[in-house]
Write a protein that binds this ligand. Structure first.
Ligand code: PNS
Length: 159
């Protein structure tokens, strides 16, 4: 059983994230999408909301499950029988930090990191930009799943 993790903040999930999850699901037996519980950083969406949105948008993949984690990613991997981390690389600017984390995770627990090049359709996309654009009324359709668009609208209207 080759089980991998796609970790992240997912505040909120974008079509770029989903592209990576979907491609990973075709390569591995099981993909665990793991949402970081970060007590020091308040997101736009709660971790529960992010998990619910991710479950909704990945429900058609039979081998994808969504969980939350706190602490070290390598500990989550050990507890869940996960042998590799799958990450998307959008641009060279992502590479330096991602390489550092990959090497540290390998040093900590011999966990491999597999990098996938992001679909060029989404290479400019990030959750922070989506939130900024949506906050000022910009159009984020095509950048995030429809479910997320609805949640963004209601969350920002309530603020
Ligand atoms: O979507 P993000 O915020 O870029 O995801 C970053 C994430 C969650 C993958 C990273 O911060 C992480 O793995 N955090 C868990 C804590 C940890 O293991 N830190 C050591 C990394 S070498």
């Amino acid at each position: 059983m080759r089980r991998v993790v796609c970790p992240g903040s997912f505040d909120p999930a974008t079509n770029g994230h989903l592209d990576i999850v979907s491609r990973a699901s075709g390569l591995y037996d099981e993909v665990v999408v793991a949402v970081l519980i970060n007590v020091t950083k308040k997101g736009l969406f709660s971790v529960d909301e992010r998990v619910d949105m991710l479950r909704e948008v990945t429900k058609d993949y039979g081998n994808v499950r969504v969980e939350r984690f706190h602490g070290l990613l390598v500990d989550f991997c050990a507890e869940n029988g996960i042998t590799a981390i799958v990450k998307g690389l959008r641009a060279v600017s992502d590479f330096e930090y991602e390489m550092q984390m990959a090497q540290m995770n390998y040093r900590l627990a011999k966990i491999e990191t597999v990098f996938m090049t992001t679909n060029p359709l989404y290479s400019f996309l990030s959750s922070s930009l989506v939130k900024e654009i949506a906050t000022y009324g910009g159009d984020v359709s095509g950048l995030v799943p429809e479910t997320v668009i609805g949640k963004l609208r209601s969350r920002l209207a309530a603020e």
